[in-house]
Design a protein around this ligand. Structure first.
Ligand code: TXE
Length: 491
């Protein structure tokens, strides 16, 4: 990368007005891999002014859907052609295993393609109301949208946010996490190269409490969309009240993965590993609570522990590595603190939970995947999002208890059920207070289907037609087909 990576505001690559910079760290070895400019509120304000002008004055709001589709298909192609480069950069910055980063690039390109296609599809409704009136309902872009994303899926979250917003005709101020801005910077180079008009898509780099807060509170931003922790989501929601912004929030989770005794044993073990340990457990929808039927508990845990111990942890770019480092030293310590807390609360640590210091990994933020049994529902490790490779196990006797335990947190993002009884699977899923669910699987995600949570896991949905609609306002147009006087007032 070049020595100093800049922000993209109003079609220009710019430094921060205050001249600040930030070092970006490789979590696998703690080394600086790039220096980027560090924006602040005033930089975000410039981006907002550009986005507002691009929307209202430069004509982006009237750009035909077919043109928005053309640009986005071109962006998807450009990204896909550089899969290798983007995947390696993502792994370098985020830590995740390269095979996961490669999936993320493919998924991001597919997301752009999905929304490019959706841009030109029918979105309105018509009603034959009372003669001679005709009512049309049209969807229009909301306007200027602020988008704030976290560090766990930097590129993919950029696609989930930019895809629907730009396809629907909005202009955007996008803020990646200050820890992982590198693939977003490269993505904006492609946005420039494929020819998006200036001011339509702006990239502002900086911290949450400066740039992020400005995006949340700025009066000229019509909508704010956020993915991240529930605490941060709450503060964004409060900051957004000033001008009654439209809000979408995709927040934390503590999602149940429920295994019944009649499940296919080996398949359930395998999916359980995938549910919690993919992406180092830094996944909002992670199956971080394993709910297991009492009669198979011991046998299941034995097998799960055996397989967990074999997960190959190491630098994501290394051949054969299955799990990378956590994102930062701060986050690693937060996860390790939860492991200590779990022990103090009386849970039994069956494996893992230590920082890995040998094998040349001591400079990185590597943590062994951990499993806690003997938990009680009120323990903090059972209730709070750890956002790392830590699985907590809860035992249940029957279907009723499984459902009660599953729903017993403030969250409601995701959940899975494993059983060979199809009716039971659906019965349990229908009782789960969660927005994303699976039967005999956990975690696969599709651009076509809505993504988001119940309860304190968020507001609104991403992906699918639902995600597109979140970036539109709805207008009714009532047309009098016989424009004669109404004659209500007689004189
Ligand atoms: O994320 P934050 P953090 C959870 C997870 C994790 C915890 C804290 O439990 O341990 O959150 O992680 C921006 N106004 N998740 O602190 O704060 C920030 O710059 C506006 C769940 O790293 O949520 C970044 O761009 N913006 C999760 C983004 O918010 C603010 C993903 C995410 O950061 C801001 C990540 C503010 N006041 C963490 N403060 C998920 N559900 O996917 C921060 N930001």
């Amino acid at each position: 990368m070049e020595s100093l990576e800049k922000m993209y505001i109003d079609g220009q690559w710019v430094s921060a007005l205050a001249g600040k910079t930030r070092n970006i760290i490789n979590p696998a070895d703690g080394c600086v891999i790039a220096t980027v400019v560090e924006g602040a509120a005033e930089d975000a304000q410039l981006a907002v002014a550009a986005a507002k002008r691009a929307f209202y004055e430069d004509g982006w709001m009237e750009t035909p859907p077919v043109e928005r589709a053309r640009l986005m298909f071109a962006l998807a192609d450009a990204l896909e052609q550089r899969t290798d480069k983007f995947a390696k950069l993502e792994t370098l910055n985020n830590g995740k295993a390269l095979r996961e980063a490669e999936c993320d690039v493919g998924d991001a390109a597919a997301c752009f393609r999905y929304y490019a296609g959706l841009a030109t599809k029918p979105h309105g409704q018509t009603y034959d109301v009372v003669d001679p009136m005709q009512t049309l309902v049209v969807r229009e872009p909301i306007g200027v949208c602020g988008q704030i994303v976290p560090w766990n899926y930097p590129l993919l979250m950029a696609a989930w946010k930019l895809g629907p917003a730009l396809a629907a005709g909005n202009t955007v101020i996008f803020k990646p996490s200050e820890l992982t801005p590198l693939t977003a910077i490269k993505l904006f180079e492609l946005i420039e190269a494929v020819g998006y008009p200036k001011g339509v898509a702006n990239l502002v780099l900086g911290a949450g409490n400066t740039v992020g807060q400005e995006i949340a509170k700025n009066y000229d931003i019509d909508k704010v969309a956020f993915t991240g922790g529930t605490t941060t989501g709450r503060s964004i929601m409060m900051a957004a009240t000033g001008n009654i912004k439209n809000i979408s929030l995709e927040l934390g989770g503590k999602s149940p993965n429920i295994i019944f005794a009649d499940a296919d044993f080996e398949a359930a073990v395998d999916w359980t590993l995938f549910a919690i340990f993919i992406n180092q457990g830094e996944v909002c929808s992670a199956g971080s609570r394993l709910l297991i039927e009492e009669s198979i508990h011991d046998e299941f845990i034995e097998r799960l522990v055996e397989r967990t111990k074999k997960i190959k942890v190491g630098p994501g770019l290394e051949e054969g590595v299955e799990m990378g480092p956590l994102i930062s030293e701060t986050h690693m310590n937060r996860v390790l603190d939860y492991v200590e807390l779990g022990k103090k609360e009386g849970a039994k640590l069956m494996c893992g939970g230590q920082r890995i210091l040998g094998d040349g990994l001591e400079k990185g933020y590597f943590v062994e995947p951990a499993i806690f049994t003997n938990t009680t529902p009120d323990m903090r490790i059972v209730q709070e999002e750890i956002f790392g490779p830590v699985l907590v196990v809860q035992k249940f006797k029957d279907e009723k208890e499984a459902i009660a335990l599953a729903n017993n947190t403030i969250y409601g993002l995701a959940g899975g059920v494993f059983t060979q009884d199809g009716a039971k699977g659906l019965r349990v899923i229908k009782k789960l207070r969660a927005g994303i669910t699976w039967i005999n699987a956990y975690n696969p995600t599709y651009n076509e289907a809505p993504w988001g949570g119940y309860k304190q896991s968020g507001i609104g949905r991403e992906l699918g037609t639902f995600g597109f609609e979140e970036y539109t306002e709805v207008k009714q147009i009532n047309i009098n087909l016989d424009p004669s006087p109404i004659g209500w007032f007689k004189n």
